[in-house]
Ligand binder design. Structure first.
Ligand code: DP6
Length: 356
């Protein structure tokens, strides 16, 4: 008997222009476009196996070894239903195809990093879920077409279907058919850009992105200025900086956008705080590093960015990474985990080793 099973990994992506706010909460249509960098496959990722079998009695999902309920009409159920719909189109065109769309699926997913600690686990998770079903069903769909479905699992997930530099275009249509991810540049375009993840805390975050951003949409006046004026300009400028491999411009926009995202969180009623004292101290270190470099006639060396949690991601040219890591380890000697997501440093490769 044939076995219908597929396993796919999808990496985390870290936004430089943040998605924060929905204009349609069911379809997950954002109030602004966003842009991110997808990390390399061998680092923070979700690995998902999907299997279709006529003997299964219903669709089921396991996350990191624990079964999760698939709620009717919920995000996971929507993604599975949409993927089965695309499979049905394949079966209708070619009646010789096995009727996989009518089989229940079992989906098993594993993250190799802390879940829901502001490390974008829902992004890699839903991207891997959709991609594994796309392989299982042998769908002819492009990554942008699949991003329309991953977006309905978690907005930021649509960007993890591509590697490299990825924009999520907010779109204008009410049915969401133009709210999708496109690749701005492949990873190979700028191999010198590295990212360092500083795990400040791997505890689950206090206010989840979904409810936090809805509160911001309902209460923040600053968000209106951000989505109308600031983000459109930044999307254009950072795209140009990426194409030109212009690190100082990329860094300035990335830091400014992280700051504004946390400002709109603070402008929410009641206010939302994602950064903690260690996060703020890392910001101060990066600011001082850049100030000293520019004062000495050099350029900006590093850019910080923070999602909905206290963990820092630092983007920098590869040549600057050693200095940055030494600086941070110097100030935070108890820091447990360092992971250069492009492979220079990791928890099991000591910084003093020969890995540079
Ligand atoms: C701060 O994609 O987790 O990481 O669409 O409600 O699932 P939902 O939200 P989610 O929000 C991510 C917010 C962010 C910024 C970003 O990744 O762009």
């Amino acid at each position: 008997m044939a076995v219908y099973q597929a396993t796919v990994s999808a990496p985390v992506n870290i936004a430089c222009i943040k998605y924060w706010g929905k204009r349609d909460t069911k379809l997950i249509l954002p109030t602004n476009s966003s842009l991110s960098v997808t990390l390399d496959q061998d680092n923070l990722k979700s690995t998902t196996t999907s299997r279709a079998d006529p003997s299964f009695d219903r669709d089921r999902l396991w996350l990191n070894g624990h079964e999760e309920e698939i709620k009717d009409g919920g995000r996971t159920a929507t993604c599975i239903a949409e993927m089965k719909r695309l499979r049905r189109e394949v079966e209708e065109k070619d009646p010789k195809q096995p009727k996989l769309s009518s089989y229940p699926v079992h989906i098993c997913s594993h993250n190799n990093f802390p879940t829901a600690a502001g490390l974008a686990s829902s992004a890699s998770g839903f991207a891997a879920l959709v991609a594994s079903l796309a392989f299982l069903y042998a769908l002819p769909a492009s990554p942008s077409a699949l991003s329309l479905i991953a977006r309905q699992g978690s907005g930021s997930a649509c960007r993890s279907l591509f590697g490299g530099f990825v924009a999520w275009e907010m779109g204008t249509r009410a049915d969401g058919s133009d709210s999708l991810a496109v690749q701005v540049a492949p990873r190979e375009h700028w191999p010198d850009l590295h990212a360092l993840i500083c795990v400040v805390s791997d505890a689950k975050k206090g206010v989840a992105s979904t409810s936090g951003m809805q509160r911001t949409v309902e209460t923040s006046a600053l968000l209106q200025h951000r989505i109308r004026t600031v983000v459109p300009e930044r999307m254009a400028a950072i795209t140009e900086a990426i194409h030109a491999r212009d690190f100082p411009t990329f860094a300035k926009i990335t830091m400014a956008d992280s700051n504004q995202f946390h400002a709109v969180a603070l402008d929410t009623e009641p206010p939302i705080f994602y950064l903690n004292d260690v996060s703020r101290a890392i910001i101060a270190l990066v600011v001082e590093l850049n100030r000293a470099s520019v004062a000495a006639g050099g350029t900006i060396k590093a850019a910080y960015t923070y999602d909905a949690g206290p963990n820092a991601v630092i983007y920098a040219p590869a040549a600057n990474m050693r200095e940055i890591v030494e600086l941070i380890v110097g100030y935070f000697p108890q820091t447990e985990k360092f992971n250069d997501v492009f492979g220079l440093f990791s928890a099991d490769k000591p910084l003093s080793g020969n890995n540079l």
